[in-house]
Design a binder for this molecule. Structure first.
Ligand code: HEC
Length: 299
């Protein structure tokens, strides 16, 4: 091969590297731009306060619900002191000290944040499971807010927000969503609909708790189902009789004694605050919803 053809080959290789490099740069810019847009865009969600609920808000009931739905004993720490959420491979974000951020929000802004996953400026939250809180009824929200606002001011934990390229790519591709995009305002707000039967009461409670990890349709959760942590389809209640289900909800003990990890944790820290009747309602709802026949535990 003469030096002319060597030069040609070298030029060809250099051009190919140049093209590959340009494509990679354009691709990276697209991923960054599209994901950044989703992270920063302003969501047009109207501010709607809580309607006047009968009687004044009940802070003790608010505390109980704060523990059940996880404002307390969840991402924000045991008593709202703040915590770190680490969705491995996706993002790390600080769930802030509640007493330090709440005073910045009016009640209506707080209601919008909880139900729609948007901050005061209309941009999305990251890591907040608003899809689970969307069905919260006004009365429960009013109680929770009054309870939270009564708490002493705690020192604010430093805030952090770090997002991986994997998460950005999936965001750009529409395979993963930020909190505000996980909300479908057309879904029913179960807490504002009648709750006269065990099925209706159970449907409400399950929709504001179990959906976080078991999927919006209680059929198990995968990341692309829009929800957060992986839990199986709740058709599995079939193997839990009434007493076993009460035991699971309060202590996290499974039928067969298998360690349920995160499920056991959330039961011991949150669901232990359910009343017995509420646990039975949830079971009745889940059984009926999954087409299981009535049994002696139904009421
Ligand atoms: C924070 C996440 C989370 C929440 C909230 C949650 N679960 Fe789970 N749950 C899980 C995970 C994860 C598993 C799977 C545990 C395993 O198999 O090790 C699970 C498993 C279960 C099981 C199967 C137990 C077994 O024997 O295998 C039942 C039943 C269950 N959950 C019921 C519920 C109900 C009812 C609710 C709502 C009141 C709920 N869970 C809320 C995470 C959660």
């Amino acid at each position: 091969m003469n030096s002319q053809s060597h030069k040609r080959i070298r030029r060809g290789v250099a051009r190919a590297i140049g093209i590959i490099g340009s494509v990679a740069i354009i691709g990276a810019c697209w991923v960054f731009g599209a994901s950044e847009w989703k992270l920063r865009r302003v969501h047009d969600v109207p501010l709607v306060g809580i309607r006047d609920t009968a009687g004044s808000p009940d802070p003790a009931e608010g505390e109980r619900m704060a523990r059940i739905v996880g404002c307390w004993s969840g991402c924000h720490g045991d008593t709202g002191q703040g915590g770190q959420i680490d969705m491995e491979g996706y993002y790390r974000v600080t769930a802030p000290t509640l007493s330090s951020v709440l005073p910045l929000y009016s009640d209506a802004e707080l209601v919008r944040l909880v139900r729609f996953g948007v901050k005061r400026d209309g941009s999305t939250l990251l890591g907040m499971t608003s899809y689970t809180f969307f069905p919260l009824g006004d009365e429960d929200l009013a109680n929770i807010i009054v309870h939270l606002r009564r708490q002493p001011l705690l020192p604010a934990v430093p805030r952090e927000r770090a997002i991986t390229w994997t998460a950005r790519l999936r965001l750009a591709q529409g395979k993963w969503q930020v909190a505000a995009d996980q909300i479908d305002p057309a879904r029913p707000r179960w807490g504002e609909l009648p709750r006269t039967s065990a099925f209706e009461r159970g449907r409400y409670l399950a929709s504001i708790t179990c959906t976080e990890c078991h999927g919006l349709e209680f059929r198990g959760n995968e990341f692309n189902d829009n929800t957060y942590d992986g839990g199986p389809s709740l058709a599995i209640v079939a193997i839990y009789d009434r007493d076993a289900f009460r035991e699971l909800m309060r202590t996290g003990k499974s039928v067969g004694g298998r360690d349920l990890g995160e499920m056991a944790w959330v039961a011991r820290n949150g669901f232990v605050h359910f009343k017995k009747g509420e646990i039975d309602d949830i079971r009745t709802f889940l059984r009926t919803y999954h087409g299981l026949p009535e049994d002696e535990g139904d009421h």
